[in-house]
Design a protein around this ligand. Sequence first.
Ligand code: NAP
Length: 454
Amino acid sequence: MSPAGSDSNPLRVAVVGSGPAGFYAADALLKAAGVVAEVDLYERLPTPFGLVRYGVAPDHQKIKSVTRAFEKIASHPRFRLRGNVHVGRDVTVAELCEHYHQLVVTIGSASDRKLGVPGEDLGGSHAATSFVNWYNALPEAAGERFDLSHERAIVVGVGNVAMDVARVLLRSVSELGQSDIADHTLALLRESRVREVVVLGRRGAEHAAFDQSEIQDIAELDGVAVDVDGDEIAAALAAAPDADSATRRKLEYLQGLAAAPRKPAERRLVLRFLSSPTALHGDGRVREVEIERNQRQGTSARGTGERTRLAAGLVLRSIGYRGVELPGLPFDAASGTVPNREGRVVDAEGALVPRCYVAGWIKRGPSGVIGTNKSDASATVQRLLEDVPALPDAPRAGGVALDALLAERGLRVTSFSDWKRLDAIEVERGAARGKVRDKLCSVPEMLALLGAAG
Ligand code: NAP
């Protein structure tokens, strides 16, 4: 019998999750020298691209244009998208392992982290990731409700996601209306009374995780000013004499903002560093946030005990994404990732789980930009390819053999051409209304538009 990876016994790999890590893993497999690989990319929704479609902000269309590279990967004759299949629910990891030589899990980090302070579960307090899902028209987030009737919103955390949500709250509706923002969000933003977004960083400004370009984007918005305390930035510069050049430039940029004459503005972003929320207060809904002043302690910070209260009607905690367990695979609840050695999945005792691999955020945690997943996925695929010679020679049937089972389970598996039809509908509907695209956000509607398979 021919070995796996040959013309007559192609290496059949299931990749689970069609975000950047999934597409980059597929690309690395299809381009691998000396190996004939067939890739089935499983996605729980009929729409591919994961975080590029549902994470990247609607007013960052340039970043979303990476989907053109993914389309090129999808055009490979040995690539197939198998959409509308939720692995772990519609089909098990064990069933995939039975039908494929190897499995690469790239499901990202679908959940969020909690602050662990009293009042966090009051109405009006949400994970920033829920807000992101909602404005990006993720189907299951369409029913979320956000209260924009108060003048002030508070965002906890100073990463790029914090900047995204702050910018969407502050940017003019006419600008956002041209993007692919969800209609339900646009309707609420039209009525929004939010005039001030206060962003809280627990450490000093030298540790702010956002990129300079992200704060610059906000400072350059029409009708929006950024308030930041010049003394705090001076202290940050003094506290971090060895900061890398990007951090120094960012601090100098913030110093420039602090020194500039106060810009008359309809809406403001207020950056407050060395500030931690210690409790959320309200009567069922959040009304005030108690904030403790911190002081630097090495590269960390500790509370001073000095507390103030700030009124707000919306609190978004933007303190990081968190991975979710995929039934059938080991999971490390502490880090929210699948335990692995260089992408090879291992169990709690450190023993290899044969033929299972991970890439992207579920492998290393929620960090880096889209491009980071390219090298990460490629490194995982290298390990996977090293393991191919040890695979048994028996061919694996691949996804086609699963079709009958999935049909029996009532699933309409969607293909990349199905997605292209949905894509065309979204773009056409958007063009009629002056938008980049008008996103479909109901899976039943998508499936009805597609009709029966084939
Ligand atoms: P992030 O960059 O890790 O930022 C998380 C922020 O939350 C940090 O400021 C962190 O502060 C803070 N934080 C964590 N736990 C906290 C707590 N208990 N209390 C208060 N603050 C807390 O995460 P992210 O903003 O979710 O972004 C995820 C990744 O996506 C990042 O790599 C980001 O660059 C990327 N991204 C990129 C773009 C873009 O390129 N335009 C847009 C969005 C996201 P400490 O530093 O003190 O822990």
